[in-house]
Design a binder for this molecule. Sequence first.
Ligand SMILES: Cc1cc2nc3c(=O)[nH]c(=O)nc-3n(C[C@H](O)[C@H](O)[C@H](O)COP(=O)(O)OP(=O)(O)OC[C@H]3O[C@@H](n4cnc5c(N)ncnc54)[C@H](O)[C@@H]3O)c2cc1C
Length: 426
Amino acid sequence: MNDINVDVLIIGAGPSGCVAASYLKNNGINCKVVEKNTFPRFVIGESLLPRCMDHFEETGLLDCLMEQGFEIKSGARFLKNDVVCNFDFGEKHTPGWDYTWQVPRAHFDHTLAKEIVKKGVDLSFGHEVIDVQFDPSAPPGDPLSTLGGIGNSVTTVKDENGNEYKINAKFIIDSSGYGRVLPRLLDLDMPSSLDANSAIFTHVKEPNRPEGVEGTIITFDVVKDDVWLWVIPFSNGNTSIGFVGPTEFIESFEGTNAEKMKEMLKTSDYYYDRLKDLEFLFEPYVIKNYSKAVKQLYGNGYALTGNSAEFLDPVFSSGVTFATESGLKAAKLITKELQGENVDWEEDYTEYIMKGVAVFRTYVKEWYTGNLQKIFFHRPENPVIKEQICAVLAGYVWDETNPFVKNHNRLVKTVAKVIDMENERV
Ligand SMILES: Cc1cc2nc3c(=O)[nH]c(=O)nc-3n(C[C@H](O)[C@H](O)[C@H](O)COP(=O)(O)OP(=O)(O)OC[C@H]3O[C@@H](n4cnc5c(N)ncnc54)[C@H](O)[C@@H]3O)c2cc1C
């Protein structure tokens, strides 16, 4: 096959890659997407945040998703012992979307991918990126430098028949998710600052779900201080269930993954009876030590987006929203640059993305220290604090009018401390 020349190569057709491709196509940029799998394919990450609706809307991908009838997620329920904490996205500090969806990702991602193909994006399924070379003779071609922006690259792709071909690109958006193509090839990985946690998960068919909201509400059931169960009902009658906790906790169970999961279900007083006899639709997957971080989010000729960049923790369902936020941002910046404008990748990309990541990192850390759980499950609730935290949980983590965004580092700790003092007085 002859070499292909494009302005922008996108690696991976998950939400991050599709949002980026859709934006580029809408703006007349010559781009190509290569995706190593054929779709539909399973991937985890089924609870979305309202913020990502903005990204689908802005890139013209909302209507195709609206037609699918996904389960509406209008908030989230957290349970601990006998206390229930319900967040309602209609009651949040920051204006914006007050709902999103709970989605089987195979169906969701396939819908997005089909839509970008319909728009005319050149997407090759079953094509895997196996190597990327940045051209040192064409400055600024040093991929590890932090100048950012346009830089020539040659990518080797293997198609579904094992044939290799090359793609010459001025810019690569690496949206390869768990494939982490450029972090691996350029040695960009670095240890995450979060504790080593792992997850085990599967889907079940639920023919006899409880009636009404109880049957469809997304729930995070805290079964031990640092271990929780997710229950995510889909509109197709299946429900996603998964446990998250310290790696040693997940590893302490014996047997097959299905046997481990059956045993873990006993730790949930609330859900055990509902779930115990349901057949797993597939052998549960285990992902160990899932938190990921990188040394840099961009270099000459490339940007990392979505899970290929940072991944924190599933507890606040921020993964897809960061994937679409960063995919869209990278696409906007490279469009500007290809149109001759100057872009400051450090400020406009890294600083922007890491600002949002930092807010969620605080919330994840404080969830596992117990401080955030203290606030969630304290009674009586403070409605102002709740609305401010709710805006964070909806993904509006760039809104500095929200004290729980602006002062995220201090405020969670301070409020938890006040609750401690109150409890001591009683
Ligand atoms: C246990 C767990 C639970 C989670 N739960 C949630 C949740 O509830 N909500 C949420 O928002 N997020 C959740 N996440 C995070 C979520 O899975 C990711 O953040 C999200 O899928 C990232 O999207 P993406 O587009 O970056 O990558 P992906 O959706 O992973 O897509 C990347 C694509 O790149 C392709 N690819 C990989 N390598 C190559 C290659 N070499 N060549 C070509 N293509 C390639 C892959 O086949 C894939 O289709 C969870 C994560 C974990 C670990």
